[in-house]
Ligand binder design. Sequence first.
Ligand SMILES: Nc1nc2c(c(=O)[nH]1)N[C@H]1C(S)=C(S)[C@@H](COP(=O)(O)OP(=O)(O)OC[C@H]3O[C@@H](n4cnc5c(N)ncnc54)[C@H](O)[C@@H]3O)O[C@H]1N2
Ligand code: MOO
Length: 407
Amino acid sequence: MSLATAHAVPVRRRAMTWSRAREAARELATAHLASGARDAPVTHLPLAEAPGAALAAAVTARVAVPGTDTAAMDGYAVAGRGPWRVVGRVLAGRPNRVDRLRPAEAVEIATGAPVPAGTVAVLPYERAERAGDRVAGPAVPGRHVRRRGETVPRGAVLAPAGTVVTPALLGLAAGTGHDELPVRRPRVAALVTGDEVLPAGLPVPGAVRDAIGPMLPGVVRWAGGVLAHSAYVGDGRAGLVAELRAAAADPWTEVVAVCGASSAGPADHLRDALDALGADIRIAGVACRPGHPQVLAVLPGGPLVVGLPGNPNAALVAALTLLVPALAALAGRPDPAHAGRHARLAAQVDRHPADTRLVAVRVRDGHAVPVGGDGPAALRGVAVADALAVLPPGDTAGPVELLELPR
Ligand SMILES: Nc1nc2c(c(=O)[nH]1)N[C@H]1C(S)=C(S)[C@@H](COP(=O)(O)OP(=O)(O)OC[C@H]3O[C@@H](n4cnc5c(N)ncnc54)[C@H](O)[C@@H]3O)O[C@H]1N2
Ligand code: MOO
């Protein structure tokens, strides 16, 4: 079944509402994953790089923990009935000179050290009465001995595929012998369009420094993906078609983000290029300000294409609207922008009659304070903001939803 028919997102050529667009991006990516059109490659990441990623496969214990019967308290490992004669000392991590106890013998032992064979219990120091090489006390059989595999049996499933890696999971994985974890990180290619866009250096009048390309690696990573390729493309349909075709030819690329060329001007070729490639355009325009001219499409048998407007703040808003939900779904993670925070607006902000406004705010004591500088071309607001306040069209009283900004 082709992707065009595999999912329920209806084809829309008119602007979609902002909240529906975010759901649709997630649904489309989920259907895309399920269709197997692009198999997300499994990446094995060192533990330190894995937090926040979703497991691509279940993690199982490579060894039993503890690996042998060990003492759970500092004190004496005892055999048979007391009182006992202390025949040595066993410390964790040191060679064990006493590997077997006979009845009425004991060794002084440290927490975590392997108990000698024959141990029936560990008698903690607090309960022990020591006199010379004799020790006595109430030792209950089995007490304070951690049996091999008691904490984690070898081969036990520790976390199923899809679990988001947390510090606790890292500790668990490390404790059972893992140095790396298999995670899913959808690969993204970025095409930054525009003859006037400079990748580096001081922009001369008539040129602009690329302000979107530098945002994308962090945005993509925050959503659980990895920016695997980026290219600058001049204005012109042929170049864009060629770059889109090349990106689609890489079997591991799951999403292509195209920056600019999304609107109605003479150099805005994205729709034409998508049509030329036979793409299925699912979203063409989202009813939000900024970020109106967004696109979500599927190339035949291939990756999703997200079109971001050329204005940098509009591009960021569009990334939070379509790219981040789609990537998070492909990565098997919750949408990081959607943390469920709400706040009261600290100042009157005009609503748009038809579109959802996304307003840069700082959040202080449950109040969202607009910071300004958040027009379509301006990043000054979002650069110092904590979140975007979501203002649906029309007049609505009460707390507003906050959209988290990439960190
Ligand atoms: N007749 C219409 N004109 C425009 C419409 C419309 O609906 N009808 N929509 C406006 C809106 S809203 C936006 S947003 C922009 C979107 O423009 P494009 O996506 O087509 O992007 P460009 O035209 O290539 O560039 C717009 C603007 O952004 C600058 N730019 C482009 N790329 C970058 C970059 N990587 N870094 C920094 N700045 C960039 C570019 O120089 C332009 O100034 O269209 C409106 N027009
Ligand atoms: O909505 Mo545009 O996206 O104003 O910048």
